[in-house]
Each structure stands twice: as structure tokens, then as C-alpha cells.
Write a protein that binds this ligand. Structure first.
Ligand SMILES: Nc1nc2c(ncn2[C@@H]2O[C@H](COP(=O)(O)OP(=O)(O)O)[C@@H](O)[C@H]2O)c(=O)[nH]1
Ligand SMILES: [Mg+2]
Length: 238
């Protein structure tokens, strides 16, 4: 494959300070197009995304979702749109600048040998910057717990920085996805692994956001505790 063309799906909820910076950095990579999936952000991120789409014609599309908001729901809608485009590689990335666009070429390149590439904080040369100890421990524990229950053989099951080969994404039963938040990330990873997807991890340095607020909530954490058990119960049925 020559350089594949990559569609980066960026879900946004109140990211007005971050989105223009992210877009400018991402579009330095010639192979990249962007799909912003905004959930009617009260801070007007959707309008800013429309402005950016006008500023970079042909390189950005904006999906304005209505109805129930959610990270998982936004990605499912974004995946469907991406599979209707000609993208060879479909990427997932947070809008808050935690995921450095400079890592993207390495992730995309790794799709030459893998179906799903994870931008990983927990492999050698991976790192996390500016997380309080509490959050570091929570993430570490969550990943160990998920690996133990699901037997997934990757270090960073909850990373939101990912690149899919088109065929592997097309293989997922998107209408069977039941979760949102972090669980959505684990569920889709698990589904892919069960379908025989080749997984790879590429080290990233994750930098906690400076602008805006995290939407991580207690409910999301609670969903994550039950999720691995639901996964092995539901998806191991033939
Ligand atoms: N479309 C959409 N995006 C969301 C929603 N919740 C979070 N996001 C986006 O998902 C990404 C990760 O969210 P963030 O709050 O940073 O979570 P954290 O990194 O786990 O603290 C960011 O780009 C958010 O703007 C949502 O309900 N809908
Ligand atoms: Mg974040």
C-alpha cells in the first residue's frame, strides 16, 4: 500500500479552545482528512468546526448530532459515515490535545501490519504527562482488571487514540455495541480481537488537557467495572 488516506474522527463536546489547534496540527499531514462529530456543544464548538470546514475545504467534515449525546454513540455514527467514504484507515482521537497529532504517522504506518493500532501509554516509550496519582492508579488498575477478565493481550485497552484498517472496522457489528465512554473503547477492542483482528501498540505520550474539562464521570467508571464481564458473556456466544 502506498501512503493510505486516513480519516480522523474527532468527537467533541465543549472543545472550542482546543479544536482549532488540533485541526491545524493534524492537517499538516497531507494524508489526513477530519470528521468532527459534535454533540451540540453548549460552548459553540459546532460553529467553530463549521468555520474550520470552510477554512480547509475538502479536508474537514462536521457531523452535528442531535438526540442523546455520548462518546460511544458519536463514534458509532462517525464510523458509519467513515465506512461510507473512501478512507483506507479510520482513526479515533480526542479533541483536547491529549493525543499529539505528531504520533499519527507512526500509528497509520503500523496499519500496514495490523488491523487495529492502539496509541499506547503502557508500552515501552509510552508516557503520561500531568495526571494526578489518583487518575494514574485508576487507569493502571482498570487496564490490569480488563486484561485479567477479558484475556486481551494488550497493555492499553482504554486508549482513545487508535487507527483501524477499513476492513477490520467494517467487520464490527456496530449495532450490537451497547456501551459508551471508556467501555465503548474496551468493547470495540474486544469485538475486534474476537474477530481475529491483528492488534498492535505504538507508544504515545499522553498529555492531560490544559483547556476545557474532562467528561469522565462516576457513571462512566461504574459502567466500566461491569463491562468486561458483560463482554465475555455476550460476545463469546456463537
Ligand atoms: N461528541 C461527543 N464527544 C464527547 C462526549 N464526551 C466527551 N467527548 C469528547 O471525547 C474526548 C475525550 O473526552 P474527555 O472529556 O477529554 O475525557 P478524558 O480524556 O477521559 O478526560 C474529547 O474530545 C471530548 O470532547 C460526548 O458526549 N459527545
Ligand atoms: Mg481528555
Amino acid at each position: 500500500m502506498t501512503t493510505p488516506n486516513a480519516l480522523v474522527i474527532v468527537p467533541t463536546y465543549n472543545e472550542r479552545a482546543n479544536l482549532p489547534v488540533l485541526v491545524e496540527q493534524l492537517l499538516r499531514h497531507a494524508m489526513v482528512r477530519i470528521l468532527v462529530v459534535d454533540d451540540q456543544s453548549p460552548d459553540g464548538t459546532g460553529d467553530i468546526a463549521d468555520d474550520l470546514a470552510r477554512q480547509y475545504p475538502g479536508r474537514i467534515e462536521v457531523m452535528h448530532r442531535t438526540g442523546r449525546r455520548g462518546l460511544g454513540r458519536s463514534y458509532v455514527d462517525g464510523f458509519r459515515a467513515a465506512l461510507g467514504s473512501n478512507a483506507d484507515v479510520i482513526c479515533q482521537m480526542d479533541a483536547d490535545l491529549s493525543h499529539d497529532p505528531a504520533h499519527l504517522p507512526a500509528l497509520v504506518a503500523a496499519t500496514a501490519e495490523a488491523d487495529l493500532v492502539l496509541g499506547s501509554r503502557y508500552v515501552q516509550h509510552g508516557a503520561i504527562v500531568n495526571w494526578p496519582l489518583r487518575r494514574l492508579l485508576l487507569s493502571r488498575f482498570a487496564n490490569q482488571y480488563i486484561r485479567l477478565v477479558t484475556r486481551l493481550d494488550v497493555r492499553d485497552c482504554t486508549t482513545g487514540y487508535r487507527c483501524w484498517r477499513r476492513a477490520a472496522l467494517a467487520d464490527l457489528p456496530l449495532d450490537r455495541i451497547s456501551s459508551d465512554g471508556y467501555s465503548f473503547l474496551v468493547e470495540t477492542l474486544y469485538m475486534a480481537a474476537r474477530r481475529g483482528a491483528r492488534l498492535a501498540e505504538v507508544p504515545i505520550t499522553f498529555v492531560e488537557r490544559r483547556e476545557g474539562e474532562s467528561k469522565l464521570s462516576g457513571a462512566v467508571i461504574f459502567e466500566s467495572i461491569l463491562m468486561p464481564w458483560r463482554l465475555i458473556a455476550a460476545h463469546d456466544r456463537p
